[in-house]
Design a binder for this molecule. Structure first.
Ligand code: HEM
Length: 275
């Protein structure tokens, strides 16, 4: 069919445009989450009331155990860096035009990935999560994968194995947005259900599913992206991807609205008023 080429070009543009929209809204949303961490957890330290860390989850700050406080605190700082820096690394224009920025931000990014994974794992080993064994396993595996992806991303970049570096960087990014996605998925669930399957101690059936669901699907999408790179695409495939990206945009918009109006926004505003 001689008419397919212009259609495919249009589909490709629509797909690219939808990709930019979902990427942009994800970054804004993740940045609001990062700002919330600075405002709430950083703000509590700033006013000398670190015990406020326990307002949402009960055992994050325990003066009797400085090592667990340091582990989770360091993981907060590294996590915030990951949320803010990740999308910059994926912008092709910056990668190609300013390679020095890509390299330095990349080192910071993999360092933050490694430290957030290590800090989270240390906290689990010393204290355990609120949800008990299933959450310990889910979050423990998440931390271990984060450490592995950080090391591999750096190792392949240093050895100039760019194809492997790219693949591991995509996996690392997919993992890093998991902690943000965890809140988005809870936000959507809370908005749509009562919430069913959730308990205050995070051991309901939904909580158990969520101990894995915030990073396993992202990793599957990452694998599809990595492997699908060389597959010949067509109009149907572009339409399918555009549909998925549009649904993702709606999902992220609802989750961000819920979390920003109910949790992050009020905490950020309260902190800003004290500055
Ligand atoms: C982008 C990376 C990350 C960010 C931004 C982040 C952020 C946070 C925040 C803000 C909390 C406090 C709870 C809340 O206010 O929602 C938390 C708790 C926690 N995070 Fe992370 N995190 C990240 C990565 C990780 C990783 C890689 C692990 C690895 C194991 C991890 C393990 C934990 C654990 C165990 C808790 C405490 C849960 C409990 O008390 O039961 N986090 N994280």
């Amino acid at each position: 069919m001689t008419t397919s080429a212009p259609f495919e070009r249009e589909d490709g543009l629509t797909l690219k445009f939808t990709g930019w929209i979902v990427g942009g809204i994800t970054w804004v949303s993740a940045a609001i989450f990062g700002l919330y961490i600075i405002a709430f957890y950083g703000g509590a330290v700033q006013i000398g009331q670190p015990e406020r860390w326990n307002e949402h989850l009960p055992a994050l700050f325990d003066p009797a155990s400085p090592s667990t406080v340091i582990a989770i605190g360091v993981h907060f700082v590294a996590g915030t860096i990951l949320l803010l820096a990740g999308p910059v690394q994926l912008i092709p224009h910056i990668r190609n035009t300013y390679p020095a920025i890509h390299r330095w931000l990349g080192r910071t990014y993999v360092g933050a990935g490694f430290i957030s994974g290590l800090g989270g794992l240390a906290f689990i080993l010393m204290r355990g999560t609120i949800g008990g064994l299933p959450m310990n396993i889910g979050f423990g595996l998440y931390g271990a994968l984060m450490i592995l992806a950080s090391v591999e991303t750096y190792r392949h970049a240093a050895a100039r194995r760019l194809e492997q570096h790219r693949a591991w960087a995509i996996r690392l990014f997919a993992l890093a947005i998991g902690s943000w996605l965890y809140r988005m998925e809870y936000g959507l669930w809370f908005a749509l259900t009562d919430p069913i399957g959730h308990t205050k101690t995070f051991d309901g059936w939904f909580d158990i599913v969520m101990s894995f669901f915030f990073y396993v699907p992202n990793l599957i999408v990452a694998e599809l992206l990595i492997r699908g790179r060389n597959i010949q695409t067509n109009t149907m495939w572009h339409l399918f991807c555009t549909g998925i990206l549009t649904l993702s945009t709606v999902f992220v918009a609802i989750g961000t609205y819920f979390f920003t109006t109910q949790f992050w926004g009020p905490q950020i505003l309260a902190w800003l008023r004290t500055q």
